[in-house]
Design a binder for this molecule. Structure first.
Ligand code: ARG
Length: 399
């Protein structure tokens, strides 16, 4: 008796996930392996990946284009939440995992599989995200993670694959571990494991070096409807086209590079490089539009929740009751977050230079220092007396 009869395996076309196919069959007694490769806008050609799975011994090889859902249902809610892990990482990799888990579970249910599998090792966040998301969506499914148990080195993995006709990577494989989708790239390992080592220019693909960016700024107007980005320079774009466009212009100006030491859920600190040009710009613009359209108390309260939201996404709790409750709060706050933010992109910086909204709470006749001022200055005195009263009493009693 094997560990499972029929398995849907998350598949990328790389050596590790390819080796999972014969490994599941020959070491763990799985009878049927169906691979599933998700297109999340990573720009890979998918037909070769589909064929590679079959050549590596898969019984069926599925390709699912999920880019539209990725942006609309995962990235845009995270933008509404201004979600950043440890104040910096916009979760470009983390957001893809719950969607891939959903695709795996749906395929398992459709094809009558009793397990799903992934190629994550035991050291990262992605294994947690997959396992927890799968459990949340279908707690009856088993989750198999061969690479968490097989204990093979890189060389041993390649040698194992060769026994089953899985060709080793043609060119000397890059020392980096790279994850990519439409939201950006995550780059780790190899020489980057030394936190003092400066990332070499060649690791970047989506963002230009400042030395190569244009000497004139680009202005961009990002339009939002209820907290969702909808327009660029007045033109309505689909979510996928919009993110693609912002990635392109922001990347051209060298915006969106992040080099950080981050705290993984499993307790390890890791050095991670990200390039997420569009996502960074969209979160910045969205947060600014909120400052124009939300009241002070809602803004401040929401800023506190955003930190928690980012942690939940990072820690694999996308499909959790707390996340659902935060989503309800965030949706409620977004109803009036409609308007346009104008940004200047230049030499690695996105600077907000203007914002407007039909729902603006900014009141010129209250804010002005000019003659049109309607603010009742005398009222401030009584307000300050009451506001400062506890402090005054405390001072009188303690000094
Ligand atoms: N550290 C990031 C995260 O946990 C990215 C992980 C990227 N994975 C990779 N194979 N490079 O979301």
């Amino acid at each position: 008796m094997g560990r499972a009869e029929k398995v849907v395996l998350a598949y990328s076309g790389g050596v590790d996930t390819s080796v999972c196919i014969p490994y599941l069959k020959h070491e763990w007694g799985v009878k049927e392996v169906i691979t599933l490769a998700a297109d999340l806008g990573q720009g890979d050609e998918l037909e070769p990946i589909r064929e590679k799975a079959l050549k590596s011994g898969a019984d069926q090889s599925l390709i699912v284009d999920a880019t539209a859902s990725f942006i609309q249902d995962y990235a845009f809610p995270a933008i509404q939440a201004n979600a950043l892990y440890e104040n910096r990482y916009p979760l470009s990799t983390a957001l893809a995992r719950p969607l891939i888990a959903k695709l795996l579970v749906e395929a398992a249910e459709q094809y009558g599989a009793d397990a799903v599998a992934h190629g994550c090792t035991g050291k990262g966040n992605d294994q947690v995200r997959f396992d927890v998301a799968i459990a949340a969506l279908n707690p009856k499914l088993k989750v198999l993670a061969p690479a968490r148990e097989w204990g093979m080195s890189r060389e041993q993995t390649i040698a194992y694959g060769e026994q089953y006709g899985i060709s080793a990577p043609v060119k000397k494989s890059s020392p980096y571990s790279i994850d990519r989708n439409l939201l950006g790239r995550s780059i780790e390992a190899g020489p980057l494991e030394d936190p003092w080592f400066e990332p070499p220019e060649e690791i970047y693909l989506l963002t230009k070096a400042i030395a190569d960016t244009p000497d004139t700024p680009t202005y961009i107007e990002i339009g939002f409807e209820q907290g969702m980005p909808t327009h660029i320079d007045g033109e309505r774009l689909s979510p996928v086209d919009l993110v693609t466009r912002v990635n392109q212009v922001a990347g051209e100006h060298g915006i969106g590079r992040i080099d950080m030491i981050e705290n993984r859920l499993v307790g390890i600190k890791s050095r991670e490089i990200y390039e997420t040009p569009g996502l960074i710009v969209l979160i910045q613009a969205h947060r600014d539009l909120e400052s124009l359209t939300l009241t002070a108390d809602v803004t401040h309260y929401k800023r506190n929740l955003e930190e928690t939201y980012g942690q939940l996404v990072y820690n694999g709790l996308w499909y959790s009751p707390l996340k659902a409750a935060l989503d309800a709060f965030i949706q409620q706050t977004q109803q009036r977050v409609t308007g346009t933010v104008r940004m200047k992109l230049f030499k690695g910086q996105a600077t907000i230079v203007g914002r407007q909204s039909p729902n603006s709470l900014y009141s010129p006749d209250l804010a002005t220092y000019g003659a049109e001022d309607v603010f009742d200055h005398k009222a401030a005195e009584g307000f300050i007396y009451v506001w400062g009263l506890p402090t005054r009493v405390w001072a009188e009693k303690t000094r």
